[in-house]
Design a protein around this ligand. Sequence first.
Ligand code: SF4
Length: 279
Amino acid sequence: MISSRDLSDLVKSLALRANFELPSDVRSRLEGALQEERCSLAKAALSDIVANFKMAEEDRLPICQDCGLAVVFVDWGQEAVLEGASLQEAVDLGIREAYAEGYLRKSVVYDPIYDRRNSMDNTPAVVHLTMVPGDRVEVVVAPKGMGSENMSRIGMLKPADGEAGVIDFIVSTVSQAGPNPCPPVVVGAAVGGNFEQAALGAKRALLRPMGQRNRDPRYARLEEECLHRINRLGIGAGGYGGVITALDVRIEQLPTHIAGMPVAVNLCCHALRHAKGVI
Ligand code: SF4
């Protein structure tokens, strides 16, 4: 039995941690990028990025003013029972408390076209529930800024577009985004599935540890090829040029229909925020 209050407390602590502390693999990759970059302007941007995340952690300040939509992945062990509030209510309570206590920017509007009235507490969260074996509940809170989300794309490619079409779509997404997603970016991509599965797969790919390649060597090679081409675009950190436009590219593959090959690309800025906990 898991009380909804315990779940809210976990979500709250993860939302605060995610907004204040970059995961260690992201920090290490950014510090490595700072060493690798030779373009002086881009190096200065990377230096600011590194100083910023260190300051955020020390002073318990948000890594970025855009504290994002609260994206919450819940892997729910099917033997566990939630007692009290509903899952959405429990998650929203944790987000509400975290965004108030941490003085995090509230960025959610109820209606997307007309009044665009702010919900004032950053809820509702975007909750992705997966039922898994066991009795544990794993939660990942991944605040996602809209600067990079706005530059993300989905394309309903044809099977005949093949590997070359996938590479072109991923690389051109980053190229067209230019400096808008606050590079250096991390590229999460998914090939296959249907329209909505591809988009979710691309977002999940952003949670993979930095530098971890796809277990299928063909997709691992595809990731390396995309990373190489993206880093030759010359966009660079902050859009100032140089050789580090992307920190990493992750590509997930999904079973799909005989007549299709969807490709989704979810871009994330250098503030690749996420924190994981378990009940
Ligand atoms: S894209 Fe990322 S770094 Fe840029 S404003 Fe949005 S959250 Fe902040």
